[in-house]
Design a protein around this ligand. Structure first.
Ligand code: ZN
Length: 375
């Protein structure tokens, strides 16, 4: 039901094919984030038109609302949300550690023990307990194609001692997740941790790979560290991951980060940037970012991005989008999100085409050059 193949490569960049029970995915791929079972401001049919191959759902949010029983009764997450293409769900760990900080007892509102993690939710402040076994069970109820194990996420900066403890715990939790997993129509990825210590990143990569999983994720990055550090850790970890398995860089990132990570050998990405930033008026263009609220676009009757083929760019001007945003029209969020997601998908399409045609390095340097121009 599942397979992954590297079809072509240039340097460390790979063009691949990931087969799942809900369809085929061409990699490198960008996965829009559908936190609550929907990508904010988008209809599923819009996503299909934009070239979306797979979306990501957040276990933490779906567990709290609508809750597991509703999703179980609906027949799983694909049926409940009406998305019939591939789905990936995270473990909820990242949200437990980030959203619950500062809520309730304990140093941070989160109590991590060997059995699992106890936390208060960000809605009602109720107490919950996630264990590796429960997180696998939740995702088996969802029926997502790709599932992630519970891992311990640290903040930046962190001490070596904390990173060492989190590394061991993440591996123990991974083993328990493998044991707990029952469904055969889902695959589990391993998550490499090790914070910002080279030695720990290498150890985590080697020991995670020993578990022989379908794919590997690089976790614990994009948590406030400088970009060079994030790049260095990604490049390092990729060198210790097997060539014939998919690699997923969690929560990264900006278009320029994605391009760099592809050059290092990453295949899968997710990030809230294109959707979240669309809702604050930031548009990604081939010549860099545009803040549509800016006065300078008041009489700018050009499209957001001359090179873009999306509905927004083909039909509307920067001046009109600025007006919609200032008037707080719902269509502002829709049109901006539509464009930003198409920008990301078009970037991935261009990357795949460039690798296929053996001109990825040329594409990479000319893309960066254009992206730093003032739009
Ligand atoms: Zn566009």
């Amino acid at each position: 039901m599942f397979s992954f193949r590297v079809l072509k490569s240039e340097g460390r960049a790979r063009l691949g094919e990931l087969i799942t029970p809900h369809g085929r995915i061409e990699t490198p791929v960008f996965m829009p984030v559908g936190t609550q079972g929907t990508v904010k401001a988008m209809l599923h049919k819009d996503l299909l038109d934009l070239g979306t191959q797979i979306i990501l759902g957040n276990t933490y949010h779906l567990y709290l609302r609508p809750g597991l029983e509703v999703i179980r009764e609906a027949g799983g997450l694909h049926a409940f949300v009406g998305w019939h293409k591939p789905l990936l769900t995270d473990s909820g760990g990242f949200q437990v550690f980030s959203l619950s900080r500062g809520r309730g007892e304990g140093r941070s509102g989160v109590r991590v023990r060997e059995e699992g993690v106890e936390f208060r939710d960000h809605l009602a402040g109720d107490l919950h307990f996630f264990s590796p076994e429960k997180v696998v069970e939740f995702q088996e109820v969802f029926g997502s194609d790709i599932i992630m194990p519970l891992d311990e996420c640290l903040e930046y900066p962190t001490t070596y001692a904390q990173a060492r403890v989190a590394l061991e715990r993440t591996l123990n939790w991974l083993d328990r997740s493998v044991t707990a997993k029952r469904r055969e129509d889902q695959v589990l990825f391993g998550i490499v941790q090790g914070a910002f210590f080279e030695e720990l990143r290498i150890e985590s990569a080697l020991r995670t790979v020993e578990r022989n999983l379908f794919g590997y994720a690089i976790g614990g990055l994009s948590v406030g560290e400088p970009k060079e550090v994030m790049y260095a850790m990604t490049e390092l970890v990729c060198q210790y991951l097997p060539w014939d398995k998919p690699r997923y860089l969690m929560g990264v990132g900006m278009p320029e980060d994605i391009l760099e990570a592809v050059a290092m050998g990453v295949d899968m990405f997710d990030c809230v940037a294109p959707t979240r930033m669309a809702r604050t008026g930031t548009l990604f263009t081939s010549k860099g970012r545009v803040n549509i609220r800016n006065e300078r676009y008041k009489r700018d009757f050009s499209p957001p991005d001359e090179e873009c083929d999306c509905y927004t760019c083909k039909n509307f001007t920067r001046a009109y989008l600025r007006h919609l945003f200032n008037a707080e029209e719902i269509s502002a969020y829709v049109l901006n999100t539509l464009h930003n997601l198409r920008f990301y998908h078009r970037l991935m399409e261009s990357i795949r085409k460039a690798i296929k045609e053996g001109r990825f390095e040329d594409f990479r340097s000319s893309w960066h050059k254009a992206y730093t121009l003032q739009a």
